[in-house]
Design a protein around this ligand. Structure first.
Ligand code: PLP
Length: 400
């Protein structure tokens, strides 16, 4: 791959590849377990939704946009059982979670807030923030979790000089989740220090022990900007929306930036997404979402069982619709991804989740596999993986 290239060119090439570049390869391939977007089959409580589209169109056409937007927000509040959000007025809706990140980037830059972001996490957070000129520092996910659990955040030097803390909860790819106590510790720490807390809650619906985090934020009076995402849970073919919530002190600046870019999100999309959320509330998250995640996780773990591929030690309890694997004993993440791609299956190499330290060898031993794809694609992809595991330990034993 790097034949005839200098070291500098090689490093440039390594750095210029992003997770999204590989996800694009996945979209063009027959067997794609790369992106973490929800593409499971439309079944169970969702199966009748396509037949209701004409009615949803009419409802959307008749509804005023602020009314539909409030309905969407309140339906979300019902789904996550957050009474706090019913009365919440400081919010906007973005087309995608990345748009919310970008607005936060512009906000952090405008306020010159030196920011600490969790690592590993999906690389587009760091890419978007840096593109906006945010002064960004990394904080290891596991060290942070331990400090949050034991209320020892004061001991983390990474938090000593920053004025904003950006978390992903649950975190992608590891599935680390802050419980209510740890979350309160973080919020109180930020409030005490006058730090702004940024939260990417894109994977919230996978959390098996949810609590009303917005009530904790509000009671602490901390400065915050948080966003949500429908795109990781509901199989809506990438029709999605991202609620952006902020404390009163951030309202003017966030809305100024939002208004420069967006007017609103389509009423039709919001109506459909509300219908998905309603169906989920009525059925329950366990049968609607968690059950398929568990089934897929068991299928994948059965396929790799006995092979040199393992579930990463820090992700064994992950509730996410993606699995974080350790391939360290058989080769690098890139060589494994390349070999699987040769067989038609695209998955993500782990190193790019380490957005600040992707060149470190210890970060070359993970891959991420998505679970929420249609059954046929998932089953055939697992067959490719099974064949590969059976055939290839010697093949894998090479590195980059
Ligand atoms: C944690 C996290 N936040 C935000 C995003 C961006 O989502 P989208 O591509 O829908 O904008 C991703 C993408 O996978 C993600 O993993």
């Amino acid at each position: 791959m790097f034949k005839n290239t200098s070291n500098a060119e090689r490093l440039k090439s390594v750095h210029s590849e992003t997770l999204t570049d590989i996800e694009l390869l996945g979209l063009a391939s027959s067997f794609n377990l790369a992106d973490g977007h929800a593409y499971q089959d439309l079944e169970g409580c969702y199966s009748s939704i396509p037949t209701e589209l004409p009615q949803m169109w009419s409802e959307a056409a008749c509804s005023a946009i602020p009314k539909m937007t409030a309905h969407f927000k309140n339906t979300f509040a019902g789904l996550i059982e957050s009474p706090t959000l019913y009365d919440f007025r400081d919010f906007k809706v973005c087309p995608t979670a990345s748009n919310s990140i970008d607005i936060i980037g512009a906000f952090l830059r405008a306020k010159s807030l030196r920011t600490t972001l969790i690592e590993p996490t999906f690389d587009n957070l760091a890419l978007l923030l840096r593109r906006r000129g945010v002064d960004l520092y990394a904080l290891n996910d596991e060290r942070f979790q331990q400090a949050a659990e034991s209320d020892a955040l004061d001991t983390l030097p990474e938090l000593g000089t920053c004025r904003a803390l950006f978390l992903v909860n649950p975190n992608n790819p590891t599935g680390h989740v802050l419980d209510a106590k740890s979350f309160s510790n973080v919020v109180e720490f930020c409030a005490r220090r006058g730090m702004t807390l940024l939260m990417d809650n894109s994977f919230r619906l996978f959390n098996r022990q949810p609590f009303d985090d917005y009530s904790i934020l509000q009671e602490a009076g901390v400065s915050f900007v948080c966003f949500e995402d429908t795109g990781k849970a509901f199989p809506t073919q990438d029709m999605k929306a991202s609620l952006l919530f902020y404390s009163e002190d951030n309202q003017a600046l966030i809305e100024e930036i939002y208004n420069e870019i967006y007017l609103c999100v389509s009423n039709f999309s919001l109506n459909i997404l509300s219908r998905f959320m309603d169906a989920t509330s009525r059925t329950g998250l366990a049968p609607a979402l968690w059950q398929i995640v568990d089934e897929r996780r068991i299928m994948l773990r059965n396929v790799i069982s006995g092979s040199a591929l393992r579930v990463a030690a820090n992700a064994k309890k992950s509730p996410l619709g993606v699995e974080w694997l350790d391939c360290g004993s058989i080769g690098s993440d890139l060589s494994l991804c390349r070999d699987l791609r040769g067989r038609g299956l695209v998955i993500l190499p782990g190193r790019y989740f380490f957005w600040n330290s992707s060149l470190a060898n210890r970060h070359h031993q993970n891959v991420r596999i998505s679970l929420l794809k249609d059954r046929k694609t998932f089953v055939t992809s697992l067959a490719i993986l099974r064949e590969f595991c059976a055939a290839s330990d010697p093949v894998l034993a090479k590195s980059d």
